[in-house]
Design a protein around this ligand. Structure first.
Ligand SMILES: [Zn+2]
Ligand SMILES: [Zn+2]
Length: 281
């Protein structure tokens, strides 16, 4: 499984010199399965760059798009994903059931309203919605994809992909401390023993009191989850739009110190970085 980050920012794009290293585009992650099939998680603004990349390769574009939820920072990249204007593009959308309808509303509504000049049904690509993964595990070329409901306003889904012995868990826009953290054990069970956990770490612990109920976590909570789940590596994501590269680096340092102090010295921790890629053997 090969994973590439096209967008790692939370809430709203945050371009500029202060976010150059970790990137300013919102959530979009590309996963290449061993079969060569492509899965994309979320259609944030990073999806524009993925589209330009796929166009430059020149092959017909076909992939699964797993949507975590229906907030705009996870959907607004699709109108700028160039391959949706090509007839030979095929997109199978699955994920949070309300997200597909929300995705169609990003476009024009035929009434001259809407948020984009083109209507969804005018797109040349074939775009189908399966409402499968929210109802139970799905199998894609031998890869099992499970989902878990998130603690987030209006709901959402996290995902686990298993390919042979390799597992990867992607959970963004999730408030681990919601309800006093009563679902932490459930999330730990979901991520148990995975090779890579990517989790929302938008806030600092000292910021959380002003953002309770907003549906996000701190790096401390993400580390606690990673240690409880016994994962091999943790990548923090959904970086706050106001967070500079230097501040993201500080968060990584603090997270590593916390893990070492709690006996998790072997846990690898970093921050997800736009443009970076990694291979899970
Ligand atoms: Zn978000
Ligand atoms: Zn959200």
């Amino acid at each position: 499984m090969d994973i590439r980050f096209w967008g790692t920012r939370g809430s709203i794009p945050a371009p500029g010199p202060l976010t150059f290293e970790y990137g300013g585009n919102t959530t979009c992650v590309e996963i290449m399965l061993a079969s060569g099939h492509r899965v994309v998680i979320d259609a944030g603004t990073g999806m524009r760059l993925l589209g330009d990349h796929l166009r430059s390769v020149g092959d017909p574009v076909s992939f699964h798009l797993l949507l975590t939820h229906n907030h705009w920072d996870h959907l607004i990249g699709l109108p700028f994903f160039a391959p949706i204007y090509d007839e030979d593009t095929e997109v199978v959308v699955d994920g949070w059931p309300h997200a597909f309808q929300a995705l169609t509303r990003v476009f024009d509504d035929h009434m001259g309203n809407g948020f984009f000049p083109v209507a969804f049904d005018q797109l040349k690509a074939r775009i189908d919605f399966l409402n499968h993964v929210a109802r139970g595990p799905i199998n894609l070329d031998g890869v099992t994809i499970d989902s878990i409901p998130l603690n987030h306003p209006q709901g959402g889904l996290g995902y686990r992909l298993r390919e042979g012995e390799t597992s990867f868990v992607f959970i963004t826009d999730n408030e681990l401390s919601a309800g006093g953290g009563r679902r932490l054990r459930e999330f730990a069970q979901f991520a148990k023993g995975c090779d890579l956990l990517i989790h929302d770490a938008q806030y600092l612990p000292e910021e959380l009191k002003d953002h309770r109920g907003w549906g996000h976590s701190t790096y401390e909570e993400a580390v606690t989850l990673a240690l409880q789940a016994g994962v091999r590596s943790l990548l923090l994501t959904h970086h706050d739009p106001g967070r500079s590269d230097a501040q993201v680096r500080q968060i990584v340092e603090r997270a590593r110190k916390m893990a070492a102090a709690e006996g998790g010295g072997s846990l690898q921790i970093d921050a997800a970085q736009e443009g970076s890629s990694l291979h899970l053997p």
